[in-house]
Every structure is written in structure tokens, then in C-alpha cells.
Design a protein around this ligand. Sequence first.
Ligand SMILES: [Zn+2]
Length: 162
Amino acid sequence: MRLSETPRMDFIASADRAPPCPGAYALWLRLAAPLAVRAGANFGALGAGDYLYCGSANGPGGLRARLARHMRKDRRAHWHVDQLTAEGAVIGAFIVEGGSECALNAALSDLPAPLPGFGSSDCPRCVSHLRYFPRLARLPYDWENARKAAKFIPPPPQMEGD
Ligand SMILES: [Zn+2]
């Protein structure tokens, strides 16, 4: 790969499609109801809706193992994002083999960061690794392309009273 080449982005709807290699991901999450969350000393309430959480997976099993964990219910809380995956639904993930979570997060800088410090307590660069993803917001071009290449259409949000 040439150094100037943009890392390839893929979209996956299930963890078994992710490679067992190190890399970065943006987890696409959906809350059906508001949720009180905590990030270190900061408390906040997240509204119902979609969120993108940027993380990296450099441990054994790489992206596949980490995303499988995020997509499973019933587990001990370890990361800030576990508060969302325990209550909400994981819709899928954008993944970049060998990528950086901060680069993914920077690509989403147009989206609001609802709670400072969320997922970024050991990151010197980012205010938060969690972004609110409004329903009609557009993702960056390569993100949209990855979603389309995977032929993935997000499920419509469930309305209150469904
Ligand atoms: Zn960061």
C-alpha cells in the first residue's frame, strides 16, 4: 500500500464479517429511549436516536473479537460504550483495518459530541469518541460508499408506542 493511499473502509452488519486483525471501528448504535450515561466525572442524558462510537481493537482477535463483544448482550461493563450496548441496539459498524479511532472520530467532526470525555479519557486529541448521528445527517463520502457497497439499509427507527 502506498503511504498516500486512503485506508479502505468497510461496513459490516455482523461481527463475523470483520477481519481478525487490528484496526479501528465506528459502532453504529441506536437508543429507543433516552439513557442516562456517565463518562468519568461527567454525567449526561442521551436522547433516543442513533450514535456513532469510535474505538480501536488491537487485542487478540482484532476487530472481529471486539465487535462480537460489542454486539453481544449481558456482559460486564468495562468501557463507557458498554452503557449504550447494554440498553440499545447495535446496527453495524464501519471498520478500517489498521486504522485509527481518532481519525474516524475526526471525520465525524460535523456531528455533535453529546458528552465530553465519553470513550476518550485516554485520548489527548478528541473531546469525545461518541457522536450523535441525527437521522437525516449525511456521513462522509467514503462511509456512505462502504454502507452502499455492503447493500446495507438501516432499519427504520421504532416510534414511541410501536
Ligand atoms: Zn481520539
